[in-house]
Each structure stands twice: as structure tokens, then as C-alpha cells.
Write a new protein. Structure first.
Ligand SMILES: NC(=O)c1ccc[n+]([C@@H]2O[C@H](COP(=O)([O-])OP(=O)(O)OC[C@H]3O[C@@H](n4cnc5c(N)ncnc54)[C@H](OP(=O)(O)O)[C@@H]3O)[C@@H](O)[C@H]2O)c1
Length: 256
């Protein structure tokens, strides 16, 4: 299997780093010269990664094509490329819908939309895909957890919640800085906060069927967690999370 990436930015880098660590069988990965820092870094990691300075050449050399361009660039350049029916095309582009992808691609190739996230470089994290596709599901299951979606509109909800990565890191940063202000060394503050949240997330992932129960179980009556939760609710912290996700969803719907 030969894999081609159109766009060698942050998400291509994360996916390719994940592939290199995985059991995915591939003969070559073709990447574009764009973002030369990233493409050079990747090509140094494996002889099977080849840099081309021409997008069409990447297409002509590959079986699977990953579209990893920003929506604006995608709308400009995909229509100029000549795809083949045999291509399996996987689009990471956030806001170009399936019907528009089909118009831009023009041939009747299989197209799947996927939403990988940066932790895919560590072979971790969810990858929603639309429409369900066995091969693509198996591929991303080797890089994380594939979630198949039957209705394209549902994928917008996943996009909306994936906008919480930076806010999540900001929570870690905020708590870590608070410890530093109290006199704890930066290294220890970061280690403490990231280890704590990693352990909590891993625990939650195991018991993911019942997050509500976890919230309840982690509060001792009249204890610190109970108080913290009450204070944050009073301040509207959780309401604002859902409100924000709603605002992002609205934006995504507008760009449909
Ligand atoms: N980052 C994420 O976590 C994430 C997750 C899921 C999906 N996505 C989606 O994936 C897409 C890419 O995101 P990204 O974060 O990887 O963006 P990015 O870092 O800005 O990467 C975009 C890439 O496209 C390249 N490019 C621009 N014009 C090109 C052209 N004519 N031919 C070939 N390559 C060209 C850029 O090269 P230059 O730097 O040389 O301009 C860059 O390598 C977006 O649609 C985004 O919504 C991102």
C-alpha cells in the first residue's frame, strides 16, 4: 500500500509519526515539499518516506490519498488534481462536506472523511470516520480508536468537541502556574498536574460507560472535591463549556 499526503502540516505530521510507530503495512509514504521543516523531519525518519514537489505526482504514485489542507487551500487546489477511481481518499479537512468533496474530486473514487487529532502521533485518541468503511476503520484502529459515523451531520458534533484541546491544555497550564505562584518549581508543577489529569483520564476511559458515576464517586460528602464542583457550577464553568461547544457547532454548520 502506498500512502500519499497532500499537505504536510501539523495533522499529517502527527498521523505519519503514528504510522511509523504502528503495525500498518505500507511500501511508501509520499509527502509534499510544503512546510519543508516538517517534510524534511519526516523524511529523515524513514527511507520509505519520499518528498515530491508536485501534488499530482503524489496522487499518481499512491493508492490512498490523505487530504490534509486547510479548507481554503483545499477548495482551491483539489479541483485542479486528477484523481483515479482506484484511489481511496481520506479527507481531514474540517469543513468541506462530502457532497462538495465529490464535486471537487469529480471521479467516483471512495471518499471517507476522518477527524484524527494530534495524539494520533502517540497512537492514541479517537478517530471518527464518515461514512463507515472497513479498511479505513482497520487502519485507524492501528493508530487509535476508530468511531464510525453513519450520518455526516453527526460528525460536526465531534468536530465541535475536538475544539476543546486548547482549552484543556489551558486548564493544565492554569493549574500548573497556580502551583508555581505558590512556590512550587515549574518542573514539579507540570509533572504533578499532567500526571494527575493523565491518571484521571485513563481511569475514566476504562469506565467510560459511566462518567456520571465517576463524578459522584470522586466526591467525599462535604469534602474538597464536592466543594470545588459546587463552586465551579456556581461560576457557570460547566454551562459555559456546553455553550462554547454550541457556538463552535453553529460556526461549523454555517460553513457547511
Ligand atoms: N491540526 C489538527 O489537530 C487537525 C485535526 C483534524 C483535522 N485537521 C484538519 O486538517 C487540515 C490541515 O490542518 P493542519 O493543522 O495540518 O494545518 P497546517 O499545519 O496549516 O497544514 C496545512 C498544510 O497544507 C500545505 N499547503 C498549503 N498550500 C498547499 C498546496 N498548494 N499544495 C500542497 N500543500 C499545501 C501547507 O504548506 P505550507 O506550510 O508550505 O503553506 C501545510 O503543510 C485542516 O483542514 C484541519 O481542519 C486538523
Amino acid at each position: 500500500m502506498r500512502l500519499g499526503f497532500i499537505g504536510t502540516g501539523q495533522i499529517s505530521k502527527a498521523v505519519i509519526l503514528g504510522i511509523l510507530k504502528s503495525k500498518i503495512k505500507y511500501s511508501k509514504i509520499f509527502i509534499s515539499k510544503r512546510s519543508p521543516k516538517i517534510s524534511k523531519l519526516l523524511s529523515k525518519k524513514s527511507k520509505k518516506i519520499i518528498i515530491y514537489d508536485n501534488n499530482q505526482k503524489i496522487l499518481d504514485s499512491s493508492d490512498w490519498i490523505f487530504l490534509a489542507l486547510t479548507p481554503k487551500v483545499g477548495n482551491e487546489i483539489i479541483k485542479k488534481l486528477i484523481f483515479k477511481k482506484k484511489h481511496l481518499i481520506i479527507s481531514f479537512i474540517s469543513t468541506i462536506k462530502m457532497k462538495d468533496l465529490k464535486k471537487l474530486i469529480r471521479v467516483k473514487a471512495k471518499i471517507v472523511r476522518a477527524i484524527p487529532l494530534p495524539p494520533i502521533s502517540l497512537k492514541k485518541g479517537p478517530v471518527p470516520i464518515f461514512p463507515p468503511n472497513r479498511k479505513v476503520k482497520e487502519f485507524f484502529n492501528k493508530l487509535g480508536n476508530t468511531i464510525e459515523i453513519n450520518r455526516e451531520n453527526l460528525s460536526l458534533n465531534f468536530w465541535a468537541t475536538s475544539s476543546m484541546m486548547a482549552p484543556f491544555y489551558e486548564i493544565l497550564q492554569c493549574l500548573s502556574s497556580w502551583l508555581v505562584q505558590k512556590g512550587v518549581k515549574k518542573y514539579n508543577s507540570q509533572k504533578y498536574i499532567t500526571s494527575l489529569f493523565l491518571a484521571l483520564a485513563e481511569g475514566a476511559n476504562e469506565k467510560s460507560n459511566d462518567l456520571k458515576k465517576l463524578v459522584k464517586e470522586s466526591q467525599t460528602p462535604k469534602g474538597l472535591n464536592e466543594q470545588s464542583l459546587k463552586e465551579l457550577k456556581k461560576l457557570g464553568f460547566y454551562n459555559s463549556l456546553n455553550k462554547t461547544t454550541g457556538i463552535i457547532l453553529k460556526r461549523l454548520k454555517k460553513t457547511k
